[in-house]
Design a protein around this ligand. Structure first.
Ligand code: PMP
Length: 317
């Protein structure tokens, strides 16, 4: 890129990588080095920018999206913000469906980015939001449904971009990656991209302890927004995973808070979960001298309505 970007979507990705120093030191020191990729630096504030951009660009080149098209997706998470942002930057209408329990500031942000928000009854869960999209698809002309849990552009964005960035930034020295699994796009793409270059890279998945489906457990409720959908998505290649670390809600939240204060980095709950797992690995003697790379998907500001701030609001939920 010379000089300046021509629209916000050109600014997606190329996020910084930072070493965690005071956080492992406070925990008694670590044998390995922990590096974190800071995805909140992307213009839409999360890792989902890369995926939204890639899915939209792919659909444009396949002729599925054109002037006058509407992007429709069921999501109350970071994907909604990224889709709304890229749709605005490229001139598409965007409709997002989500359960009516969604936090107010999330809804307002989506609307301010020009998206239309359709709320579905909370008792129907994500199923209600998905059904709404299916219904919209039959009534709207030129509706396009990206389907982040199925769309292979999701892992591809990470294989061709995030993995390459990690490879170049570490000069090929990365030994292990520790990544949260939601759609699995981040883990699958990064694992594929790094293993092409260095087959011995270890791949560790992080999932909620109370919804530990990858560890053979049953789906259940949890507070690790963005992780643990409760099923194995099409966008996840489980054969790439060497180990799975389940993390409790309490450890994820406590670690996010500790890390923010130790490192001065604003991170969300799933970042706390991967940081907790990275610390366990970094403290093992067998990992002495290794370079462990993790990825922080989004910043704390996205979670003002959640358990991450409950103590400051004087509430316990
Ligand atoms: N953490 C957060 C906060 C997320 O929004 C997501 C994406 N859903 C993830 C982790 C997991 O990423 P992926 O969908 O690529 O597995």
């Amino acid at each position: 890129m010379t000089g300046w970007a021509h629209d916000a979507s050109e600014l997606v990705g190329r996020t910084p990588l930072v070493e965690l120093t005071r956080f492992p030191a406070r925990a008694g020191g670590a044998a390995a080095t922990i590096l974190a990729k800071l995805e909140m630096f992307s213009p839409g504030g999360s890792v989902k920018d890369r995926v939204a951009k890639r899915m939209i660009c792919d659909a444009e080149s396949q002729g599925l999206l054109r002037t006058g098209s509407t992007v429709i997706e069921p999501t109350s998470g970071n994907m909604g913000v990224s889709l709304a942002m890229i749709a605005a930057a490229r001139g598409y209408r965007c409709i997002l469906t989500m359960p009516d329990t969604v936090g107010l500031e999330r809804r307002l942000l989506l609307q301010r980015l020009g998206a239309e928000v359709m709320l579905t009854p909370a008792r129907q869960g994500m199923r209600g939001a998905i059904n709404k999209v299916i219904e919209l698809r039959t009534t709207l002309p030129y509706a396009w449904y990206p389907q982040q849990f199925y769309n292979q552009a999701n892992p591809r964005a990470h294989r061709e971009e995030t993995a390459v960035e990690i490879w170049e930034e570490t000069g090929g020295a990365v030994d292990m990656v520790i990544l949260g699994v939601g759609t699995g796009g981040t883990l699958t793409g990064i694992a594929e991209g790094l293993r092409e270059r260095k087959p011995e890279v270890e791949v560790v998945a992080v999932e909620p302890a109370s919804c530990a489906v990858l560890s053979g457990g049953r789906p259940g409720p949890h507070r690790l927004e963005g992780l643990g959908p409760g099923f194995i998505p099409d966008t996840l290649r489980v054969d790439l995973i060497d180990r799975v670390i389940p993390v409790s809600d309490q450890d994820a939240v406590a670690t996010a808070i500790q890390l923010m204060q130790d490192e001065g980095l604003s991170i969300g709950i799933s970042s706390g979960a991967v940081a907790w797992a990275a610390l366990q690995e970094a403290r093992k003697e067998e990992n002495r001298g290794k370079i462990i790379v993790t990825l922080f998907p989004s910043a704390a500001e996205r979670y003002l309505h959640t358990v991450l701030f409950d103590d400051l609001r004087g509430k316990t939920r």
